[in-house]
Design a protein around this ligand. Sequence first.
Ligand SMILES: [Zn+2]
Length: 68
Amino acid sequence: MSRQRQYENLAAGRQGRLWQADRGLAELPPNPFACECGSPGCACTWPGTPDEYDVRRGEGWLTTHPAC
Ligand SMILES: [Zn+2]
């Protein structure tokens, strides 16, 4: 479950970067990345840019708890 969410988040990040390059934007608006806690019912999101997500990913699964 966590892996699937991470896969989707990576795809979303890649898509954001493509969109950014296409538009020639200096900065991307925050994207709602899915919480990677692995709970089937969790629908929490974490707003951040692809770069910010990469930093968070370096620290382990992205989770938004207990903020949400
Ligand atoms: Zn969660």
